[in-house]
Design a protein around this ligand. Structure first.
Ligand code: ZN
Ligand code: ZN
Length: 565
């Protein structure tokens, strides 16, 4: 008696076939096979450091058809995707994209933070147990993802493929490479600005593979820095930006104004030599060349085990901090980055075939306009001068706490109190912790430019899914790592002294609203204006790749992208 079981696990039935014509059996098998779409052979994750969602529109006239516009047209574009926590910083952003959760759970609460146990400042990916691989620098490679507390989607791919799928991650910034790769990456490479080489850490390997050595031997930074940076298009094409000569930009050292053309060979002498590259669009050219070299050398997507290539472009952030979102410089960088993306897509099309790979593009945070530019246009904004605030705080401490060292650290707009003063010993001068929190936070919210000061006890009582700014604070707050008071500024108020340049980190839309585009294998063309948090990217990938969700995942798959009508 013919007895055919057709996947009892997914259909929950035990189909006994008696005297069925052979074509019907074949049809059933075929149907069964088609019901499970195959995994893409390669996933490419593109993170653009400091890309606001509005750049996709504001710069559109100067983009080509094969870069951002192609992704938006052929891919599935989320027009209302946001960060759902503070602080909106690089380390936290990259960790959140790839873990599908927020700093409360993945633990990367900033780029640096104050370590309450060892009572010193730590950097999110620094790891003294490691050494540099690939250059003579002592410090640049002492890195690993050891402070990341959960798995990433890249880890889950490793686990799902029994380690056979390759995970490679590259960036200009160490944290931009390390955090996306997760704990199990085959390699993460980043730019050593002291030697102009791509390096890694002994966490991943003992020596660079031959192809990376070969790539380094091309000495591309030398070539880029020997040239001049002028606008790619004629000057009149930059209508989306302000005048080139602007008082709101941070000038390069030894420059009297920040205008095109930039003679890089001269500027490198006074601007950190190889470090200058990261402030120019040529850093993106460099990274694109490395990504292309990696696709060939590592034979990414060549077998049935899905590989994952993470690329994070850091120059938009480094230049963006200097010149702000209205500068000709930033627009020129994005025009060129658009061509880099086109170039990368062409490479992937040639290598794997159009539609045979899956790509997503997003950003780790946006950025504020330069507050002084806003003020000059009668839009609210301002500056909180750190020294002024510290002076006022020490006056308060003198008055109420008789000068005791109540505040141990102020890091990332968070105040860490000195635990030694709250051990409950009256003779030791113990100060009531709750009273201190209330006094300091009430003082802070009276200061110009400060909108909220959330105390630890208030944050603890909150719910992870709470709305509003308080919810964003809760999702960004890690009990073991975060401070005792979290300060939130008014919109477009920056905690900085200078009135040129800008930054990010706030809960406001200019920092939270970023592009999210899925493109390629398994992705229909479309768009959605439904609210999504960036933590929805990783679980969406998990559904597409049929892996487990990252361990701490709190995001949800983007249903309108995945589900058939
Ligand atoms: Zn960033
Ligand atoms: Zn930044």
């Amino acid at each position: 008696m013919p007895h055919l079981r057709i996947c009892v696990y997914c259909h929950g039935i035990n189909l006994t076939v008696m005297r069925l014509p052979i074509f019907l059996i074949l049809a059933l098998l075929l149907r069964h096979g088609l019901a499970q779409p195959d995994r893409p052979r390669l996933v490419v994750g593109v993170v653009i450091d400091q890309m606001r969602q509005d750049y996709l529109y504001r710069y559109a006239e100067t983009f080509g058809e094969g870069g951002f516009k192609r992704l938006m047209k052929e891919g599935f574009y989320l027009s209302n995707a946001h960060y759902n926590y503070i602080p909106t910083y690089t380390g936290a952003g990259h960790a959140s994209i790839y873990t599908g959760t927020t700093p409360a759970i993945h633990g990367v609460i900033g780029n640096d933070w104050y370590d309450k146990t060892n009572r010193k400042r730590v950097y999110c990916v620094a790891d003294n147990r490691q050494r540099t691989v690939g250059s003579t620098s002592a410090e640049q490679g002492k890195m690993s993802p050891h402070r990341l507390l959960t798995t990433t989607i890249t880890d889950e791919l490793k686990l799902a493929t029994g380690g056979r799928g390759k995970v490679l991650s590259i960036s200009d910034k160490d944290r931009g490479a390390i955090l996306p790769g997760g704990h199990m990456a085959d390699a993460a490479y980043w730019y050593d600005e002291t030697t102009g080489r791509m390096i890694t850490s002994s966490f991943y390997m003992d020596k660079l593979p031959a192809w990376v050595e070969k790539f380094n031997s091309l000495n591309l930074p030398e070539k880029y820095l020997g040239g001049v940076w002028d606008t790619m298009l004629p000057k009149e094409k930059y209508q989306a930006s302000g005048p080139d000569n602007s008082p709101y930009e941070v000038k390069f050292n030894s420059e009297t104004k920040s205008t095109f053309p930039y003679d890089l060979n001269t500027l490198r002498k006074t601007n950190g030599n190889y470090d200058l590259l990261s402030n120019t669009p040529f850093s993106n050219d460099y990274l694109t060349e490395m990504a292309k070299a990696a696709i060939d050398a590592e034979q990414l997507g060549d077998d049935e085990w899905t590989d994952f290539l993470c690329i994070s472009f850091s120059a938009p952030d480094k230049l963006g901090h200097r010149v702000g979102p209205r500068s000709v410089e930033l627009q020129d960088l994005y025009i060129r980055l658009d061509r880099n993306i086109e170039d990368l897509l062409k490479k992937l099309d040639t290598k794997l075939g159009a539609g045979n790979y899956l790509l997503f593009l997003t950003s780790d945070h946006g950025v504020s306009d330069v507050p002084q530019w806003l003020i000059d246009k009668r839009v609210p904004g301002g500056y909180i001068r750190q020294e002024d605030l510290k002076a006022k705080l020490s006056e308060l401490i003198q008055q109420y706490f008789q000068g005791k060292p109540v505040i141990e650290s102020i890091t990332n707009e968070q105040i860490y109190l000195n635990p030694d003063l709250f051990r409950g010993d009256p003779k030791g001068g113990g100060v009531e912790w709750m009273v201190s929190l209330e006094l300091i936070s009430n003082f802070l919210i009276q200061q110009p430019g400060i909108a909220h000061a959330f105390t630890k006890n208030i944050i603890r009582q909150g719910d992870f899914n709470e709305g509003g700014i308080k919810g964003m604070v809760i999702r960004g707050y890690n009990e073991k790592r975060s401070g005792d008071i979290v300060v939130i500024t008014e919109p477009n108020w920056l905690p900085q002294n200078r009135v040129t340049g800008t930054t990010h980190g706030s809960p406001y839309t200019y920092d939270t609203h970023v592009p999210v585009i899925f493109f390629g294998k398994g992705i229909k063309a479309g768009t959605s204006s439904i609210y999504h948090s960036v933590t929805d990217i990783a679980p969406t990938l998990a559904v597409l790749l049929r892996t487990a969700f990252p361990s701490g995942c709190t995001g949800q798959p983007v249903a309108e992208l995945l589900d058939k009508p």
